[in-house]
Design a protein around this ligand. Structure first.
Ligand code: AMP
Ligand code: FES
Ligand code: ZN
Ligand code: ZN
Length: 305
């Protein structure tokens, strides 16, 4: 297989794009693809300040790298979840992020430690709340709250996450299986900021296959954490990913079509204007972040009195 641009041996063949590229051309192509997505969905401009949520994994580190190469003003945010029950997952994740940040002195890395700030690690809160099976939903809630809090407190215009196409397609698949319209409504490449206190959220890799973000990180020599979160084992999202991988194998491009067709249907009125706007939100009495609850938001209720 040869690179379509220069004829040198290709390092990656993207069947869904009918495109094979050598390392040098792939790196350029991937950066351009990301820039196209940023423009297409009007995610942010060069004047705006971006906070990249960085987990130490391939996607978010690749995202930070690409945004800096494109000349965006992008800082990082690492949330230490305290998932270190014998596996040191959070510690390793943070080390990877800090190592990347150290190579980019022009940027700033914000670090929030959940155990230090709130007195308990994510698994500890989950256990106390008797979410015995897995702490993932509590973890997601905590991450979303902290990302939004830091973005607003530190005056960033937008919060970027490393969600890739495989993540988005699996989430979409799960939500469609149960027709969870509340979640479907909020699934988009850009969620605008609102007056109630939500920062703008963007996913510049939403059209990039996981294989592509991994290839980018490897070819760029970005050191990232290979391990998945230890609680991810057996998660339904992984089962959905496996199902979609089979469909993709049989018909390359399935994930991309599935996701892009959803976005098209969304634009063409899959949800009514009222639904798009969603339920009325008001500020949490403790932290001020928007909530549908009458007094405390779900995050503040986690920590009791
Ligand atoms: P996940 O929910 O683990 O699939 O991660 C999705 C995205 O959320 C990542 O690409 C990051 O942008 C962000 N993220 C996940 N975990 C963390 C973390 N511990 N600290 C900061 N950002 C994170
Ligand atoms: Fe949060 Fe796994 S990363 S539970
Ligand atoms: Zn080439
Ligand atoms: Zn609150």
């Amino acid at each position: 297989m040869k690179c379509r641009k220069c004829g040198a041996p290709a390092v990656i063949n993207m069947r869904h794009h009918k495109l094979a590229l050598c390392a040098a051309h792939y790196l350029t192509w991937f950066v351009q693809q990301t820039e196209r997505a940023i423009h297409k969905y009007r995610m942010f401009t060069h004047d705006e300040r971006i906070l990249v949520a960085v987990s130490g994994g391939k996607d978010s580190l690749a995202l930070w790298d690409v945004l800096l190469r494109l000349g965006y003003r992008a800082d990082g945010l690492a949330i230490d979840l305290g998932i270190d029950d014998g596996v040191y997952y959070s510690e390793h994740s943070l080390e990877m992020t800090q190592a990347f940040a150290a190579q980019h002195p022009e940027t700033r890395l914000h670090v929030v430690s959940i155990p230090a700030r709130y007195g308990e690690s994510v698994p500890e809160v989950a256990r106390r709340k008797r979410r015995v099976q897995r702490p993932c939903s509590v973890c997601g809630l905590i991450k979303r709250h902290e990302m939004n809090r830091v973005a607003l407190e530190e005056g960033y215009d937008v919060l970027a996450t490393g969600h890739n196409l495989d993540d988005e397609a699996a989430t979409l698949f799960g939500n469609v299986l149960r027709w969870q319209c509340t979640y479907l409504r909020r699934q988009a490449p850009v969620l605008p900021a609102n007056d109630a206190g939500l920062a703008r959220k963007v996913k510049p890799f939403c059209r990039s296959y996981e294989r592509e973000t991994a290839a980018y990180a490897l070819l760029r020599d970005i050191a990232y954490i290979y391990e998945e979160c230890p609680f991810a084992v057996g998660a339904t999202s992984l089962e959905h990913k496996a199902t979609l991988a089979q469909l993709e194998h049989d018909a390359p491009g399935t994930k991309l079509h599935f996701y892009l067709s959803f976005l098209k249907a969304r634009r063409e009125g899959l949800f009514s204007a009222e639904q798009q706007e969603g339920t009325a939100l008001h500020p949490c009495q403790k932290c001020g972040q928007p909530t549908i609850a009458p007094d405390l938001c779900a995050f503040c209720r986690l920590w009791g009195k």
